[in-house]
Design a protein around this ligand. Structure first.
Ligand code: FES
Length: 141
């Protein structure tokens, strides 16, 4: 094989490997979670209970927050954590079973406990209260 042809073949293999690697990384943080906009009201984020009724795991966005909130129900318990890595403030990606940081690879449970570094602190969590229609999420100080 001449050197030009060999170079083109090797470049194609490297490109395919890079693409697969990137798509693998992307898919690891990729999930089909429903995303909703929470309302900011008196220091709390308000989310209609109906938004979580079917999905059990949703992303809540609000411009007042540095990152979205991951709101979930597991074992009949609601949990809300800020999707902001405690290592260096990258936005976390929910995988469905855990939360993954695409910057340096830290991992957290869906409840915010760090399970893999370099992060060594748990995620910021929200105190959740509710009435018949809404959840009220207030950042735990
Ligand atoms: S910012 Fe998340 S692991 Fe570094």
């Amino acid at each position: 094989m001449n050197s030009r042809r060999k170079f083109i073949k090797q470049s194609a293999i490297i490109s395919a490997g890079t693409c697969c690697g990137l798509s693998g990384l992307f898919l690891q943080g990729c999930s089909n979670l429903k995303s909703v906009n929470g309302k900011y009201d008196k220091g709390q984020i308000v989310v209609p209970i109906a938004d979580l009724a079917e999905e059990k795991k949703i992303i809540v966005n609000n411009m007042a927050l540095q990152a979205p909130i991951y709101l979930s129900i597991e074992n009949n318990k609601e949990t809300a954590v800020l999707l902001l890595c405690t290592h260096n403030d990258c936005e976390l990606k929910p995988t469905g079973t855990y939360l993954f940081c695409p910057c340096h690879g830290s991992e957290f449970t869906n409840e915010g406990q760090v399970t893999k570094g370099p992060a060594n602190e748990n995620l910021a969590e929200f105190i959740i209260t509710k009435n018949e229609t809404n959840y009220y999420l207030k950042l735990r100080q």
